[in-house]
Design a protein around this ligand. Structure first.
Ligand SMILES: *Cc1c(COP(=O)(O)O)cnc(C)c1O
Length: 332
């Protein structure tokens, strides 16, 4: 494997900590719950995109590009971290964000601006078109754009989560803890593809259970093939012979609620549980939905008391400020 020889740009200190969540475990009266704190990656308020961006920016620099272009929703954590990473790497950053520009930016959008990103607002349906237009405009202006897909999810970015799984393996050995499952928020797929491939490489036997944030139910579900193709592109990139199939991925699609970035009681209750029992913050869009799903699964008896579950906190806490309106109604 050539994991160690791939171009990589240092963005944060690893390993991230693992904590036992005593208060939450007692409250849920189910399995022992641990948390891997990728919300604490030490760049621009943290999150899972940091690990992907180390390899994406490594590749951009290797190709001698000087301008990053990526896209996402107006509160995208991925876009905020791309902007922060671009600053650190000395690259220009352009973000194509679907949504209307608010009078006063908050949450991730405010941070995008503080990190100096150039923002191009558009409609969701025009986003792909706008993305390539921005590329053309930058090229015409003599810049060298490097395109990063939504969520940084491709065979380059996912290498970060293969690495993360190997990092986890070492930590778990040192702690002498073997989780029965790893649970996390899954959306554009790069995190899950990397973790599942990394688990095959490290020999981790537990379930790698993604809680879907915005994908439709399996059956008509186009998502497992996406995971498979990202994972196999990643395997090729690191020179591994492993090939994954759709059945290698477990994805729970029961917690989609009212849709993407539409938090409700499931998410708000999870935010309250973690803040009051652990002093840990979750983001309403991703991590609160995934944690809400985990708590619900525990309540339904999906995990037993003698099991261990590791929740992989993927970040997103700056989202909180963009939902101040709903949160203050819930928490006053
Ligand atoms: C992007 C994101 C995810 C999902 O990761 P994918 O690799 O896109 O599946 C989960 N949590 C947070 C906070 C994110 O920003």
């Amino acid at each position: 494997m050539k994991l160690d020889s791939l171009p990589r740009f240092h963005l944060a200190e690893f390993p991230t900590p693992i904590q036992y969540l005593d208060g939450l475990t007692k409250k849920c009266k189910g399995p022992a719950i641990y948390m891997k704190r990728d919300d604490l990656t030490s760049l621009g308020m943290g999150g899972n995109k940091t690990r992907k961006l180390e390899f994406l920016i490594g590749e951009a620099l290797y190709q001698e590009k000087n301008t990053l272009v990526t896209a996402g929703g107006i509160q995208s954590n991925h876009c905020r971290l791309t902007a922060a990473a671009a600053s650190k790497a000395g690259l220009e950053c352009h973000l194509v964000l679907n949504g209307t520009e608010p009078e006063i930016p908050n949450g991730n959008l405010l941070l995008d601006k503080i990190f100096g990103a150039k923002i191009h607002f558009c409609d969701r349906k025009n986003r792909d078109k706008r993305f390539f237009q921005v590329e053309d405009e930058l090229a015409l202006a003599g810049k060298k754009p490097y395109l990063i897909p939504v969520g940084g999810s491709n065979g380059i970015g996912s290498v970060g989560y293969v690495n993360a799984m190997l990092e986890l393996d070492t930590q778990l050995n040192d702690m002498d803890v073997t989780p029965d499952a790893i649970v996390f928020a899954s959306s554009s797929g790069g995190t899950q593809a990397g973790l599942a491939l990394g688990a095959k490489i490290s020999g981790f036997k537990g379930d790698i259970l993604g809680i879907s944030i915005d994908q439709i139910k399996s059956g008509s579900d186009p998502f497992p093939p996406v995971l498979t193709s990202i994972a196999n592109a990643t395997a090729e990139r690191i020179g591994s012979d492993i090939r994954m199939t759709d059945s290698d991925f477990s994805l729970n699609c029961d917690y989609l609620g009212a849709g993407y970035a539409m938090p409700g009681d499931l998410e708000f209750n999870a935010i309250r549980d973690l803040s009051l029992h652990e002093g840990v913050l979750l983001g309403p869009v991703y991590t609160a939905r995934a944690m809400g799903g985990l708590i619900d699964l525990i309540q339904k008896g999906y995990f037993t008391k003698d099991q261990k579950v590791l929740f992989w906190h993927t970040g997103g806490t700056p989202e909180l400020f963009a939902w101040a309106d709903q949160l203050q109604k819930k928490f006053r």
